[in-house]
Design a protein around this ligand. Structure first.
Ligand SMILES: Nc1ncnc2c1ncn2[C@@H]1O[C@H](COP(=O)(O)OP(=O)(O)OP(=O)(O)O)[C@@H](O)[C@H]1O
Length: 616
């Protein structure tokens, strides 16, 4: 610091600047920050901003828009930024002490003994800096993982609220890639890009302040060249966002096509279309490869631009300092300190440039994530089936209407019906009239377009509590795992005896026990390894195991032979006690044991038989 005053005297040229330095520092800081913001995306992202506005218009649920993500991450990263700031200050202190030390030893003929204290301080500053930098890296990595997990958790929760009906028409491959890869792309943005962008505003400004006090010429060079780098990087990377978006779209298409072909392998083979499938995949892979190469080119060009300007600036500072040292208008300590500081001035820019593509990648990924969040939630939280069993005596549909699309046809229009405990109601009618739709309404998978479903408790009062529902869909889903594990989805604590009892009631025990490993037999995704009838009986066993107050069965006897069907019908009838049981079926045998038979037709239902045993 002693040298500052001597130094300023050497450059009469910069004396006026010295007097107005607070104003200048403010001005240059502003210029610097504006140029960096330009690059970071606050100012230059008009295109991106427009897209986000469009997304906002599309989506009411902008839980994880880019802006919100950055704000949340910024708040969580505050301690990390503080620690990184301390590391930056320690670096500058370390270099200043080092310059003093070398200057003292070489030019002022000081001994090692007399400089012992300075040496210790240099080592302490270096050690402290390493520790703080390490701490900052750990903290930022943690926040990255935390935010990624939170996005993934929210996305998954949202998908559950959208429900199976809302997801019809969405590719499973695309959803899986969004859930896994798109969320993963946010981690480097949070863990690297944001801290580096913030540090880029701290360390260079700190170094500029030190250089300003030490040498006016070097300060002028750094001030002019520093902001050029982010500006040129932004110019070079201007088209990068569009290319990144294209890359993401192609990646999702490739993933979804691949999954589709895998799932439909049998159909493709049967119709002799495997070659076309392989060709389609190779075209998609090639498109993806070409776009990835374009992304790499842009990334390379951005880094090259940065390196070029950084090297040019360092060389310029070194040449000017060297010339002035030879001319005797600069002194060694200042020149040495500046040469130590200048690479550190550009280091945050280098680090920032290395993670610049992470932001563009995250913007594209975020667009996909926001797209999934924009899917309307057809299953409200209160409609979800919970573990808590609520005793319900009656379900009453009042003027119930349903449609799948706002502009689509009305599938059900003004349905009035009651389903009471201890009664078996059969829904029948031609294919496609809306039996499954009525079951979906009762399940809460879709919300009525008009009317409502009222549940009444034992005292006949309206109950808002969630229902415990056992459900057998037309195509039951099984997960990769043992039969026991699939059954225990309905009742995680069920004992082996309870599994056997439920399987027995659903006429599934015999075929399970006939397998070599019984309940431990592993079935594949979607029940691969089970016949259609076996899958249906297993699904029925699972629904019975749930011991729910409402049982909704959609074609539960589909694929069963006469004997098995008779056993299953008998079992369903036995399970009516204490439950509301609704079965959609075309089978006359089932209708014969029902208390009510509701005929669905023309969007409404007619009670064709209210007394058990009396055929309409
Ligand atoms: N997710 C959906 N999106 C749009 N329309 C749908 C959807 N699911 C069903 N539909 C339409 O709703 C109508 C009623 O279908 P639903 O499955 O309720 O009939 P269903 O009576 O159960 O038929 P089936 O006896 O063949 O099972 C049909 O015209 C069908 O095309």
């Amino acid at each position: 610091m002693l040298i500052i005053s001597q130094n300023m005297c050497c450059f009469g040229l910069f004396r006026p600047i010295y007097f107005i330095n607070p104003l200048l520092i403010k001005l240059f800081s502003k210029l610097y920050v504006v140029s960096i913001k330009c690059c970071v995306g606050v100012g230059s992202s008009r295109r991106h901003g427009n897209r986000q506005t469009t997304m906002q218009a599309k989506s009411e649920n902008e839980e994880w828009s880019m802006e919100r993500l950055t704000r949340r991450a910024g708040r969580k990263l505050a301690p990390c930024l503080l620690v990184a700031g301390i590391a930056a200050v320690l670096l500058v202190v370390q270099l200043m002490l080092l310059a003093d030390l070398v200057d003292g030893l070489v030019f002022r003929h000081r001994t090692f003994d007399s400089e012992k204290t300075v040496m210790v301080w240099v080592l302490l500053a270096a050690g402290g800096r390493c520790v703080f930098q390490w701490g900052a890296d750990i903290l930022s990595a943690r926040v990255g993982v935390e935010i990624t997990s939170a996005v993934r958790r929210d996305l998954l929760a949202h998908l559950f609220h959208v429900g199976p009906v809302g997801l019809v028409g969405r590719s499973s491959g695309e959803l899986a890639a969004t859930l896994v890869d798109a969320t993963e792309a946010l981690e480097p943005y949070v863990a690297h890009y944001i801290p580096r962008a913030a540090l880029m505003m701290v360390l260079p400004l700190l170094i500029l302040a030190v250089v300003f006090r030490v040498d006016g010429w070097s300060f002028a060079i750094l001030v002019c060249t520093g902001p050029l780098i982010p500006v040129f990087m932004a110019l070079v990377g201007y088209r990068a966002q569009a290319v990144m978006d294209r890359q993401w779209t192609q990646f999702l298409c490739l993933g979804s096509a691949f999954l589709d072909f895998l799932q439909g392998m049998t159909t493709l083979r049967l119709f002799g279309r495997t070659r076309e499938a392989v060709r389609a995949i190779s075209v998609l892979s090639d498109d993806y490869r070409r776009t990835t190469m374009s992304v790499m080119k842009i990334a390379f060009l951005t880094t090259a631009t940065l390196e070029f300007f950084a090297s040019l600036s360092i060389a310029l500072v070194a040449v000017v300092l060297g010339t002035r040292l030879l001319a005797g208008t600069a002194e060694f300590r200042s020149a040495f300190l500046i040469l130590l500081l200048v690479p550190e001035y550009f280091a945050p820019l280098r680090a920032f440039s290395a993670s610049y593509h992470a932001r563009q990648n995250a913007v594209s990924a975020c667009t996909k994530i926001v797209g999934v969040f924009a899917l309307p939630e057809l299953m409200g939280a209160e409609q979800q089936v919970t573990e808590k069993s609520v005793s319900v005596s009656c379900l009453s549909c009042e003027n119930l209407s349903a449609r799948y699309d706002a502009d689509g046809p009305e599938i059900l229009a003004g349905v009035n019906a009651s389903f009471c405990r201890g009664q078996l109601t059969v829904l029948t009618g031609s294919s496609g009239v809306g039996k499954t739709t009525l079951i979906r309404l009762l399940l809460g998978q879709i919300t009525p377009s008009a009317g409502c479903i009222i549940s009444l408790d034992d005292k006949g009062r309206e109950s808002k509590a969630a229902l415990s529902i056992g459900w057998v869909p037309q195509r039951p889903h099984f997960f990769q795992g043992s039969i026991a594990a699939n059954l225990r989805l309905a009742a995680p604590d069920a004992t082996d005896a309870q599994l056997r009892e439920a399987a027995g009631q659903a006429d599934a025990l015999a075929f399970i026990e006939a397998t070599p490993e019984g309940f431990e037999t592993v079935i594949g995704d979607n029940g691969i390894g089970l016949s259609g009838g076996q899958g249906m009986r297993l699904a029925l066993a699972r629904a019975l195991l749930r011991n729910s107050s409402v049982l909704l069965l959609d074609e539960p006897t589909a694929g069963l032979d006469g004997d098995s069907q008779a056993r299953v019908i008998r079992s369903i009838r036995q399970n009516v006690t204490g439950r509301i049981v609704i079965v959609a079926t075309h089978r006359a045998e089932m209708m014969q044991v029902a208390d009510h038979v509701l005929h669905v037709s023309g969007g409404t239902v007619t009670d064709v038989r209210t007394l058990r045993g009396v055929v309409a």
